[in-house]
Design a protein around this ligand. Sequence first.
Ligand SMILES: [Zn+2]
Length: 272
Amino acid sequence: MKLAALLLALAACDGSSMDSPDAGTDGAVGSDAPPGCTRPAIDATWLQSQLTSWVAGLASAPRATSTQRTTARTYLMNQLATIGWTAQLHMYTTGANVHVTIPATMGTGKEILVGAHFDTVTNSPGANDNASGVAVVLAVARYLVDVPCRTAPVTIVLFDGEENGLLGSRAYAPTKTAANVRAVHTIDQVAWDQDNDLRFELEAPTPTLEAEYRAAAQVVGALVTTVPTEGTDHQAFRERGFAAIGLTEEYVGGDTSPHRHLAGDTPATVDT
Ligand SMILES: [Zn+2]
């Protein structure tokens, strides 16, 4: 339920309400949008089972060694291919990110980045940290297949090397220019919600993005708290001048997985 709520929030704050006077406050393309541009419902029948499947598929083993991370990248490339997008590797000295830019179908909106790290610490299968975030990013990629009128390119990127110091995101950020990117959303640890309040933390958000998430949270019935946390992938972009936000469960607030970085961070312990 928690992952699904986050996807709803992402879809509801895609910026269309700022970019287009025709867009409704729910983020949907308005009634006077061009014919054929009606956006499909976000709570699609595939969503829950697909989130569960991706967490299970990725978190069957740790993704720390070079061999383990290669296996994970192959899985991610295959999943994106099944969805319909041909991803590529972005190689850097000690690893490789997986990325694909889904083109706009109309308009000239600035690029939007949505990312999550796929690597883990040694000996943790990393279901919550961070197969959960990867599953949401893959769900965005899958949802966009069904969005017929996309007014901005969306880059899907699965980062390597986060656990060793944001290596993947810091290698990737310089491949983009801040002035050409509308927003960077990164997701890390989002499938724990012991008190079932559907509360997310907005990490060090650029003010415009914080406002969008606060509005989107109301639309989808989630709660948000703003926190100053900087230790994950969004920081790699913020330090280079990008508009950026990190999304997580209540990591600062304390409603966070007790299995973080441990062998117990398995699919069985997370709440998709
Ligand atoms: Zn993480």
